[in-house]
Design a protein around this ligand. Structure first.
Ligand SMILES: *Cc1c(COP(=O)(O)O)cnc(C)c1O
Length: 395
């Protein structure tokens, strides 16, 4: 194929014409030390409302010092994959602590959540089988199913009856997979009903709780705790360490046998370098802090409630979500981009999420909260939001 046939320039221009070019911004500093709610970008101080650092741990000094100590002792890099010489005592301890935390026999660390989902689906689902997924599942669950060679069927978002019907109609459906807390809508999957449907058809159930873990449930153990589901009902749980746990990496939790099979056969586990040991150490520190400091979850929910009450009073179109992910549906991509830019100019950094991350016509501001957010900053955000929203929709 001739390079011109890729039409790179034309494709970029087409994205630009549809307001779909994504911009990244370089952060030079985090002025409020240890708190992670303010970032300095090109000389401007932004109040950050788009991070997944829900418990406010990413900038906690305990994580940085654990990371430094482990790096000094075990190296800045792991030097190899887990099955060669990359598996350190920090990785091992983290796996055991995560198993205790999730109430499972074993866990296996992956370098990212994206890779964990590719690995699980690739190892457990065979070509010719069927994987059933929620229509709004995270891209990594979709890609994992595609890469496995299985046929991917999707059910209507959060519709357990639709899922059960499709499962019953396709006896060779071996895996049902769902986000626990949906990343772009902030709603929780109907996990009890999905678990019953999967059990009835003897299909695997994989719950990706990247956003729920550390946040949802009485003790923060995520969407499964909130739903009162144990390991017998949800045999496979994927969790990430880069969101509420403020570090990086991911894990899959399950029974001893299935985790051993993943260790033997998940290609994204085998053919990649293990996380740096310091990253595992930081995640251990976060896991301990998240359990010891339950005030973080309480304060996080207070901040979310404060925002929702304020937004409702201002007539902003809130979604049903009561989680730290608060979408405001804008509709058109161009409007959403303009609103995001206007808020940025006011010093508020929120997500302006457009297609293909969300369905066309459902572009949204995605506002996320941290336990460390100050009430005064939330009030200031609400004020700017209300005035920019009015200006945008008056035109
Ligand atoms: C963030 C996320 C992932 C990917 O995790 P990374 O560790 O960032 O690769 C997977 N699933 C869901 C639902 C997520 O939100």
């Amino acid at each position: 194929m001739h390079r011109d046939s890729l039409a790179v320039g034309g494709r970029l221009a087409a994205l630009g014409a549809r307001d779909l070019l994504r911009q990244r911004r370089t952060i030079d500093a985090w002025p409020r030390s240890g708190d992670g709610t303010q970032a300095e970008v090109a000389g401007q101080t932004l109040r950050v409302f788009c991070s997944n650092d829900y418990l406010g741990l990413a900038h906690h000094p305990a994580l940085a010092s654990a990371q430094q100590a482990a790096s000094a002792q075990l190296g800045a890099g792991s030097g190899a994959s887990h099955l060669i010489s990359g598996h350190s005592s920090e990785h091992h301890a983290l796996e055991e602590e995560l198993a205790a935390y999730t109430g499972r026999e074993r866990t296996l660390l992956f370098s990212t959540g994206y890779m964990a989902n590719l690995g699980v689906l690739g190892a457990l689902v065979a070509r010719g089988e069927i994987v059933l997924e929620d229509r709004l599942n995270h891209a990594s669950l979709i890609d994992g199913a595609r890469l496995s060679g299985a046929r991917l069927l999707r059910y209507a978002h959060a519709d357990a009856a639709d899922a059960a019907e499709r499962l019953a109609a396709h006896p060779n459906c071996t895996m049902l997979a769902s986000d626990g807390l949906f990343s772009m809508d902030g709603d929780v999957a109907p996990l009890r009903e999905l678990a019953a449907a999967a059990l009835a058809q003897r299909a695997w159930l994989l719950v990706d709780d990247a956003h729920g873990l550390g946040v949802l449930g009485a003790s923060g153990r995520g969407a499964l705790e909130l739903a009162g589901l144990d390991a017998a009902s949800v045999p496979l749980l994927m969790g990430t360490l880069g969101k509420a746990f403020g570090s990086f990496g991911a894990f899959v939790a399950g029974d001893r046998e299935v985790i051993e099979l993943l260790q033997q056969q998940a290609r994204t586990y085998i053919y990649t370098t293990a996380l740096p040991p310091g990253v595992a150490a930081a995640a251990r520190a976060a896991l301990a802090l998240s359990q010891r400091e339950s005030w973080r979850r309480v304060q996080l929910q207070q901040r979310v409630d404060h925002f929702r009450n304020g937004a409702a009073a201002l007539g902003l179109p809130l979604c049903a979500s009561t989680s730290p992910i608060q979408p405001l549906i804008v509709g058109e991509d161009a409007r959403c981009a303009r609103l995001g830019a206007a808020l940025f100019a006011h010093g508020f950094w929120v997500g302006a999420i457009r297609a293909p991350t969300v369905p066309a016509g459902a572009a949204r501001l995605r506002i996320t909260f941290s336990a460390n957010h100050r009430v005064a900053d939330i009030d200031a955000l609400l004020e700017a939001l209300a005035s920019e929203w009015r200006a945008e929709f008056a035109s």
